[in-house]
Design a protein around this ligand. Structure first.
Ligand SMILES: C[S@@+](CC[C@H](N)C(=O)[O-])C[C@H]1O[C@@H](n2cnc3c(N)ncnc32)[C@H](O)[C@@H]1O
Length: 721
């Protein structure tokens, strides 16, 4: 198995075509290199955007979702048989057919006619070929959005059975409300049935200081507990963004949250109803209190009844609220699977956290709370109250303090992370002493921790913040805490030479808004290289002084499925789909992708190994490294390689390391506990058999911003031969 990673990633496609040259299949796309910070034009295949869209469509994961596939098929068989028994002809419409899978199921289940429509052209073309390969060419395929179908032109008659899978984690985020309204008005008969027939949405009110960390900024205290930085009022009073935070809720450590209520049903969406859907979009639900506490957030999920009688149910509940947990426990064959992972795994529908705009402190004597549940055409939001709220329309809240609209949830969480902050602060407390006239330069976006150096008594703090909102946010913290001698610059080049010459310390966390993979933050090194072209003090201290990239071969319980071929789904051959995705992935996907690994359990197959070590005092040095890792037979199949960065705050001081990888010691054969406030890198091997050894090569050319890895797995039989 061979893989290569290039750090250049697609950013924004501008695509001026090169005409007159013999480059008919090429265009230029603007790409930005996160390590050098440079943007440039790169020649790309003409179909690059198309490949990117295909590769990222995420169909694979949904087609690996056996529960979804089986239940759709079961509901189709049952409904079509019932309709025929009632003497009806069955005319099926499949909206958003994708691979054509549901249309083929309907045909095989005995529908008289099947019409399928698909708006995404590459997918529609692929569906046409898949239908032919599965002897299902009778399915009439319309290459259009359902809302553009013209009755009498595209369809000869209205359908009396609609099958569709247009749902997302939020249920309605893909526009299901509008699509169903249109279908009932224009495309379906009066008595049409729908699969799924209904959806019920659930909310559970929760207290969780861990999850709240993803939403608001805490105080920053020094090692003795004295407060160094307080968040300004604007931040404390901000309602935050209403947007959902989609999460694999079952993976939250069970001691990290407290459910204050049982799950409550908040909305029912009836897909079969003829009248326009869900006109009443706000509902105050009275929920009984189970425990006292601070109502900070809402856990949300949904359940669908696929058939009209409500016998074929599919729930997206986390394990503790899953209606089939006991049954799944009794039938699970794998006794090594943790309880939280007994419920069917899927990444295309997760659960969501909604942060309440104003947390409500509840006593048991309150007995219940009122949850105001609201939605529009595409999304939901919530408010909690002790008393029945007025019927006044609740507006969707938005960020007014810059924090939520500037930073991702994981970055906000990282800014609050105690252990990480302590390590950086213990360095700053040692390094910065008020009587020593120290001059500190802060690099990185939103380097609030670095501002502690001003609170600790640095003579001056110079902060480079190119991003306007991030600068405004950090400036508000500076003003609120009355920090002295802090100056902001947009660019490094604007800092006067004499100010640079006085610097005693350069500090970063390091974090940059453009970073996706952990080592994208090596941009810190590029900035140091630029500074080293100026007259700097020889005593200048750089922190972090270095960074190391580590690799760990792992066996994922489930995550590898997002990139694994589907091959066959419920007896239908989908190899043509696999080929299309594979081809597009080769054109457009980086072979290492960023994933929040705490949400995706994996077992370590060995101890990790260092692939690269960079020294920020000498960042320009090119490196080519190689090595290998022996894999233990007993521990499992290497279906992924996890990669992360450890930042060395001070040279050769093992205690002053901040890791973006495992948060506990790795034990081969056991599950890895990952940092929950950063995404790690993952390379999927697509291996399904045990391997004996992993060979790796790393090439790092910092001046070009090039970092590439190659991984080769040797199969077991080579070792055994
Ligand atoms: C979640 S996928 C489901 C694919 C397939 N039905 C399945 O179950 O595997 C949804 C598909 O619907 C398509 N789609 C979404 N809205 C549509 C619409 N209004 N008309 C036609 N296609 C639509 C998308 O392009 C996508 O291919």
């Amino acid at each position: 198995m061979l893989g290569a990673l290039l750090l250049l990633r697609h950013s924004k496609s501008v695509v001026p075509k090169v005409t007159g040259l013999a480059r008919l299949m090429a265009n230029f796309t603007q790409v930005s290199n996160p390590i050098t910070g440079q943007s440039g034009w790169q020649e790309r295949d003409d179909n690059y955007d198309y490949h990117l869209e295909v590769a990222n469509a995420g169909f694979g994961d949904m087609l690996h979702d056996w529960e979804r596939n089986q239940k759709y098929y079961k509901a189709l068989k049952k409904t079509i048989a019932n309709m025929r028994e009632a003497g009806k002809k069955v005319h099926v419409l499949d909206i958003g057919t994708g691979t054509g899978i549901l249309a083929m199921m309907a045909l095989r289940a005995g529908a008289d006619t099947v019409t399928a429509c698909e708006a995404f052209m590459p997918m529609a073309n692929c569906a046409q070929r898949i239908l032919a390969a599965n002897d299902a060419s009778q399915v009439r395929l319309i290459r259009k959005r359902s809302t553009e179908i013209v009755m009498g032109v595209d369809m000869t008659q209205r359908a009396n059975l609609l099958v569709a899978e247009l749902l997302d984690t939020e249920l309605i985020g893909e526009g299901a409300i509008g699509i169903y309204n249109h279908a009932h008005k224009e495309l379906l008969t009066e008595d049409a049935l729908c699969i799924p027939a209904r959806a019920n949405c659930y909310a559970q009110v929760v207290e969780s200081s861990l999850a709240a960390q993803w939403n608001s900024l805490k105080l920053l205290a020094n090692l003795d507990g004295d407060i160094l930085l307080r968040p300004p009022k604007e931040l404390q009073q901000c309602s935050g963004e209403a947007a959902l935070h989609d999460v694999q809720l079952s993976q939250l450590p069970s001691n990290s949250f407290r459910c204050l209520t049982e799950p409550a049903e908040i909305f029912e969406f009836d897909f079969q109803r003829k009248q326009p859907r869900e006109l009443k979009r706000q509902r105050a639900v009275k929920i009984q209190l189970q425990h006292a506490g601070n109502a900070e957030l809402v856990f949300y999920w949904w359940q669908i009844a696929l058939d009209d009688a409500g016998e074929v149910l599919l729930s997206c509940a986390p394990y503790w609220a899953h209606p089939e947990l006991c049954q799944l426990q009794n039938t699970c064959q794998d006794n090594r699977r943790p309880l939280a992972n007994l419920v069917p795994w899927r990444d295309h529908w997760m659960q969501a956290i909604y942060y309440l705009p104003q947390p409500v402190q509840l006593q048991l004597s309150d007995a219940h709370l009122w949850l105001n549940c609201c939605h529009d055409e595409y999304s939901l939001w919530f408010e909690a109250h002790k008393q029945l709220p007025t019927e006044k329309q609740v507006r969707r809240h938005t960020c007014s303090c810059d924090l939520h609209m500037t930073y991702s949830r994981s970055r906000i969480g990282q800014l609050n992370q105690g252990t990480r902050n302590k390590r950086y602060l213990s360095y700053l407390e040692q390094a910065i002493q008020p009587d020593k006239q120290q001059h500190v330069l802060l690099l990185g976006d939103g380097c609030l921790l670095g501002m502690a150096s001003a609170a600790l008594g640095a003579a001056s703090v110079t902060c480079v913040e190119p991003h306007r909102f991030s600068r405004r946010l950090v400036d508000s913290v500076v003003k609120h805490n009355a920090l002295k001698s802090v100056t902001f610059f947009e660019q490094l080049q604007q800092i006067p030479a004499d100010q640079l010459g006085k610097l005693t310390h350069i500090f970063a966390e390091p974090y940059f808004l453009n970073s996706i993979l952990p080592w994208d933050n090596f941009y810190f090194g590029t900035l140091i290289l630029q500074l080293q072209q100026q007259q700097l003090s020889e005593q200048l201290q750089i922190s972090p002084s270095g960074a190391r990239i580590y690799a760990l071969p792992v066996e994922f319980l489930d995550l590898h499925k997002i990139r694994a071929p589907v091959r066959n789904c419920e007896g239908f051959d989908l190899k043509l789909f696999d080929q299309m995705v594979q081809h597009s992935a080769e054109q457009a996907l980086s072979l290492v992708e960023a994933q929040p690994l705490w949400e995706y359990p994996c077992r370590a197959l060995t101890q990790p190994q260092q692939l690269l070590s960079v020294d920020f005092y000498n960042f320009g040095q090119e490196q080519m490294n190689h090595g290998h890792l022996k894999l233990e037979d007993a521990f499992g199949v290497c279906n992924g390689i996890a990669l992360w960065v450890d930042w060395e705050i001070v040279k050769d001081s093992p205690k002053s390391v901040v890791s973006t990888g495992p948060s506990e010691t790795i034990v081969p054969g056991q599950f890895v506990k990952w940092d929950m406030f950063v995404r790690q890198g993952v390379h999927f091997t697509n291996y399904t058999e045990k391997s004996a050894q992993l060979d790796w090569n790393t090439t790092f050319k910092p001046q070009l911003g090039e970092l590439s890895f190659k991984f080769t797995l040797s199969p077991q039989h080579i070792k055994n031969a």
